[in-house]
Each structure stands twice: as C-alpha cells, then as structure tokens.
Design a protein around this ligand. Structure first.
Ligand code: NAP
Length: 345
C-alpha cells in the first residue's frame, strides 16, 4: 500500500510499504479520507525512519478480524500516528486501529466531515470533562456558570465550544473577528477578539469576575498568561492546557490559579512516556481515560447525525502527495477555523 512514512532528514515521503495486519482486538480499515492535526508535523522530526504519519481518518472496515464490526461498515477515529508498537498511522491506504476506538459513521455523514472529528473532539472532551471537571452533556449544569474557551476557532476549540454548550454552560470564546459568527452559530454565548490586548479584562467584566474554568486551546506561554488574567480576581481558577504549560510559568502573584496540561493520546489507555516535554497525564496506564473515550465514541454517531456536534469546516487539498504542502500551510499559520483533509482512496 502507499503511505506517508518518516524518512532520514527529519521529514516524510510517500512510499510503498506492506499492508498492516490486525492483531487480536484490532481491525483493518481502508482509509478514504484523513484529516490533518498539528501533531502530525510536530512528531515527524522526532521519529526514526519508517513510521507511518497521521492520526485522524474515516473509511470502511476491510477486516473486522472477529470484532462486532462488519466488512464494509463506515467508521472513523484516530490513532497515535508514528507509533511502531503497535504500528499506527492514518496517512495510508490501510490502517490498523483498536476495534473499540472507532465510531460508526451514519450514512448521512460524509467521510470528509467524519474524518475531522476524533482527535480534536477527544482532546476537548478529555480537557473539559476529565481535567476541568465540567459537567457532561448527559447531566448538564443546573445553572449556567461561565467557561472560557481560548482559541475557540482552532480545531479543538470548535469542538470545545459545542461540548460546553451541550453541557449547559455559559460559553465565552475568543476568536478573530471573521470567526465570531461561526463561533456563535456553534453555541458561544459571547465571543471576544483576542487581538484586542485588553481581552482578558473584557472577559473578566463580561463574566462578572466569576470565571473559574478555562480551556486554553492555544496553550502558548503568553496565551495562558493572558487567560489567567480573565479568571476571577478573588477566587482564581483552573486552566487546562494542551501544550505542556506549568503553573510556575504564570506571572508572579497568581496564587489561586492552577495550570494543568493534558495530552489526548492517553485515551488509548496504554502507558506513555516518550521522554518528550512532560504532560501531567503522561506516564502509566490510563484506564479511566480510555473508558471516557469509548463512552463518547458510542455517543458520536447520534451527536453528528443530529447536528448536535458539527464537524469542522473542511478544505480538501489533494491526496497523500499533498500532505507535506498541508504541513507547510499550517506551520505558516494559514489554516484557520478549518481542517485540511486528504482523499486517500
Ligand atoms: N495535548 C493534546 O492532546 C493536543 C491535541 C490537539 C491539539 N493540540 C495542540 O493544540 C494546538 C491547537 O491545535 P488545533 O489543531 O486545534 O489548531 P488549529 O486548528 O491549527 O488552530 C488555528 C486557530 O488558532 C487560533 N489562534 C491562533 N493563535 C491564537 C491566539 N493567540 N489566541 C486565540 N486563538 C488563536 C486561530 O483563530 P482565528 O482564526 O480566530 O485567529 C486559528 O483559526 C496545537 O498546538 C496542537 O499541537 C494538543
């Protein structure tokens, strides 16, 4: 099969490689569409040659391998691309995934749309429900307390806004002016332009100094510092980050603010320690993270079919050969409020 594989020189190239074989508990998927995440290009330089790149996919079951899936059934999900044991990677004509880590794509949902969901949705789900401890949509908040989604127009942010709304919260999102209508249409109650230097003070005012929960979908040192200024001046609060930020990086004097980092790959339940920058949930096995993801994978078909969760807007820019160009576009900050997707088969 053809796949985008890491090669010498800290880059990747399309190569002909053997089709993977599913082991017990795994299925083989024929990939129709794959979607790009920053993790794809961030990991490439750190992996040895021969690893298959890519995480998010949608396709059909090629070998159910004794699972309850049927051959030809439409599925989507994400894998930990560039991993070797077990072999994982979505920028390939076929991939192997754990049989409990895919969701059934309803007929009314295109492969293009379905491919955009799993990784950023799982990231938002884990950050908000497991780490921030926000109420889940199945048991929404009884009174709509405020939550801040910084970087609401990012891929993760667009799902975070929708999940926070389903959870009955008062959703405050940041985004550039051109994305305000999109964010409002997805459920943001208030949208603030982060390009205004005083945006944190504006959020503090809009939340009547009551904001105690924030999800920083950008998680650069300066964005997390800005988010900390939006939290309640008397009570402080909890900021969850998806890059390895730390409380100690905050401006001095914020004694009541806690920063916590989280990485989505723990949803597969396996121990993770690649010696890279430390995330707080990086380490031993994570059965609770796996359980939560499996729960949401079973809810996703209804969420997407009913429109409760809308996929990211998509831009299709080619097939496997176009992916390195897509990496460049995202590195240059040219992918905004949309997902680059690739037609694989
Ligand atoms: N820890 C994890 O498990 C995990 C999982 C997924 C992603 N991530 C990381 O999270 C980050 C976001 O990934 P993604 O795929 O969601 O990103 P993305 O879709 O590429 O994000 C692009 C968007 O970010 C917004 N943005 C950029 N700078 C901003 C700022 N200073 N303040 C607010 N918004 C800003 C822009 O919004 P406007 O268009 O409105 O300007 C833009 O549309 C990446 O660093 C990625 O590696 C981590």
């Amino acid at each position: 099969m053809k796949a985008l594989v890491t090669v010498e020189g800290r880059t990747a190239a399309v190569q002909e490689i053997p089709k993977p074989t599913p082991a017990e508990g795994e299925i083989l998927v024929r990939v129709h569409y794959a979607a790009q995440n920053p993790t794809d290009w961030k990991t490439v330089p750190h992996r040895p040659a021969g690893r298959i790149v890519g995480c998010d996919f949608a396709g059909t079951v090629a070998d159910p391998n004794g699972s309850s899936w049927r051959e030809g059934q439409r599925v989507a999900g994400f894998v930990y691309g560039t991993m070797a044991e077990p072999l994982r990677g979505a920028y390939a004509e076929y991939l192997v995934a754990g049989s409990s880590f895919v969701w059934a794509v309803p007929d009314s949902v295109s492969f293009q749309d379905a491919s955009t969901i799993a990784l950023p949705f799982a990231t938002a789900m884990q950050a908000m429900f497991q780490r921030l401890g926000l109420p889940e949509p199945s048991k929404p908040a009884t009174s709509a307390f405020p939550v801040l989604i910084n970087g609401g127009a990012s891929s993760v942010g667009l799902y975070a806004v929708q999940l926070a709304k389903l959870a009955g919260l008062h959703v405050i999102a940041t985004g550039s002016k051109q994305n305000h209508d999109l964010l409002t249409s997805l459920g943001a109650d208030v949208v603030v332009d982060y390009k205004d230097a005083a945006w944190p003070e504006k959020v503090r005012e809009l939340s009547h100094d009551k904001l105690q929960h924030a999800f920083d979908c950008i998680s650069e040192k300066e964005t997390t510092a800005a988010v900390s200024r939006a939290l309640s001046s008397t009570k402080g609060g909890h900021i969850v980050c998806i890059l390895p930020r730390k409380t100690s990086e905050l401006p001095e004097g914020l004694t009541k603010v806690k920063v916590e980092s989280t990485i989505v790959y723990t949803v597969f339940g396996d121990a993770l320690n690649l010696g890279e920058d430390a995330f707080e949930n990086w380490g031993g096995p994570t059965p609770q993270d796996r359980k939560l993801w499996e729960k949401y994978l079973s809810i996703l078909p209804e969420y997407v079919k009913s429109g409760k969760i809308k996929p990211n807007p998509t831009k299709e820019i080619g097939g496997l050969e176009a992916i390195l160009k897509g990496f460049e576009l995202q590195q240059q900050g040219k992918v905004r409020a949309e997902k680059l997707i690739y037609k694989i088969a």
